[in-house]
Design a protein around this ligand. Structure first.
Ligand code: HAM
Length: 440
């Protein structure tokens, strides 16, 4: 029986010219290129880490009671008996790499970016997949609120650079492990009378990690929690001052934000600043990206105390928003030349010319499989080629080609040896503008 081909649920293939932009490889590449270029402007260098990490690293960093660790990890045991997990996020892996490659000994702030695939066993729906790509940064080595503002501005600048302008920036400060302790006592005291109305999961969190109650999507729990005490009332002087300074830098830069006292972002590692960028152009999964500070995480992983901040932006969600907005990206460039051959003698000459043109950096295509002149011309038009280079047996005998502009319609005979020069505009000293044959 034939194998039934089907990709695993919640995953996607990325192909050229896909109808859904989230599945389109060209548009995805465009976003990645934009992000890389912007990261270089901001002084970030690329980090690439393995697709899987030890389960222990992720469990300890992200937190036992989080949705990610308790429900969503792809964990497997190796033949050697080690427990590994497909990375569900990149902050912990990047910090592990930072320590393992001694980047912490370089001094100053180490600024890293990534374009990486992540794996979470979530219920698939529009904007939520089991494999998703994040464009992210991590900046390590300073607790300066100016760095928080830089990281937030970089995320916003990326969305604006690709045409997503209507954005909501949600901001909060989640304090530190120590300052949260007093808050959690207050939160538990507030929830206690309602505890029977909480789900089993909510009750478990109440016991094991009360902050994670705030990650709930359960409507009744959300209703109850809407009147819960705010973490902001429990922050230390330093944490308050930090938050005020971040807001000050954002205001100076003209960045609008909304303080959201319940934004705790589903990870145990955040300290001080937490932020999320939302889009009204997305449906239920409206978070385009999010991030925050994690001043105690490097220590959790076993390194020296090192503050840090970063974000991750969802590529699929950015593509969904762009498609909803109808903001397209530049198409991949069409070929300069399309080589058309007629006859057995012309074919090898055409194939040699194809390779010579490409060798000169001129994008060129041809038709494979013998077809009529008409069919090949149609293929050249479909490829949106700028020129057709036509080779029949007669042309081969004369050592020439017919060069036809598919934009302007003119056609000229050109010596075979000069085709590459004509097409590249390198006419051996002749001023390009003097020739009607030259590419515009
Ligand atoms: P996160 O909020 O879990 O943060 O993910 C960042 C972004 O990735 C989300 O806002 C969303 O756009 C996208 N995303 C997350 N899960 C999915 C999914 N299942 N399907 C599609 N898109 C998804 C983090 O992962 C943190 N590590 C970010 C960070 C970096 N914080 C500090 N540094």
């Amino acid at each position: 029986m034939a194998l039934k081909y089907q990709r695993p649920r919640g995953t996607h293939d990325f192909v050229p010219d896909a109808a859904k932009w989230a599945d389109d490889s060209g548009r995805r590449q465009y976003l990645e290129d934009k992000f890389r270029a912007l990261c270089h402007v901001y002084g970030y260098g690329e980090v690439r880490t393995p697709m899987f990490e030890t389960t222990e690293l992720l469990r300890r960093s992200v937190g036992e009671e989080t949705d990610i660790v308790s429900k969503e990890m792809y964990t497997f045991e190796t033949k050697g008996g080690d427990s590994l997990t497909l990375r569900p996020e990149s902050t912990a892996p990047v910090l592990r790499a930072y320590l393992e490659n001694s980047l912490h000994t370089r001094g100053g702030v180490v600024k890293l970016y990534y374009c990486a695939q992540h794996f979470r066993y979530e219920r698939p729906q529009e904007g939520r997949y089991r494999q998703h790509e994040q464009l992210g940064v991590e900046a390590l080595g300073a607790d300066d609120p100016a760095l928080d503002a830089e990281v937030i501005q970089l995320a916003l600048a990326f969305f604006r650079s690709v045409g997503i302008n209507s954005l909501t920036l949600k901001l909060n400060s989640v304090g530190s492990i120590e300052s949260r302790a007093a808050y959690l006592v207050a939160l538990k005291a507030y929830v206690e009378p309602y505890l029977a109305e909480f789900s089993a999961e909510g009750q478990g969190r109440y016991q094991a990690n009360p902050l994670r109650m705030l990650d709930t999507k359960n409507p009744r729990e959300l209703e109850i929690l809407a009147s819960a005490p705010h973490l902001s009332s429990y922050l230390t002087e330093d944490e308050r001052a930090h938050h005020a300074a971040v807001m000050g830098y954002l205001a100076d830069a003209g960045v609008d934000y909304e303080n959201d006292p319940f934004l705790v972002r589903g990870f145990d590692y955040y300290t001080k600043t937490a932020f999320e960028i939302q889009s009204p152009d997305l449906g239920a999964q409206n978070a385009l990206g999010g991030g925050g500070r994690y001043n105690q995480l490097v220590e959790t992983i076993g390194g020296p105390p090192t503050p840090g901040i970063g974000f991750g932006l969802g590529v699929e969600r950015a593509l969904i928003a762009l498609q909803a907005l109808g903001v397209d990206m530049p198409a991949l460039p069409a070929p300069t030349a399309y080589i058309i051959t007629l006859g057995d003698g012309a074919k090898p000459v055409g194939i040699k010319l194809l390779s010579d043109l490409r060798g000169r950096g001129i994008s060129a295509e041809t038709e494979y499989g013998a077809r009529s002149m008409k069919a090949q011309m149609r293929a050249a038009d479909k490829a949106k080629a700028r020129y057709a280079v036509i080779l029949g047996d007669d042309e081969v005998a004369l050592g020439s080609v017919q060069l036809k502009s598919l934009h302007d319609g003119w056609q000229h005979k050109v010596p075979l040896a000069e085709v590459a020069d004509w097409l590249s505009g390198d006419t051996g000293g002749k001023p390009p503008a003097a020739s009607p044959l030259l590419p515009k």
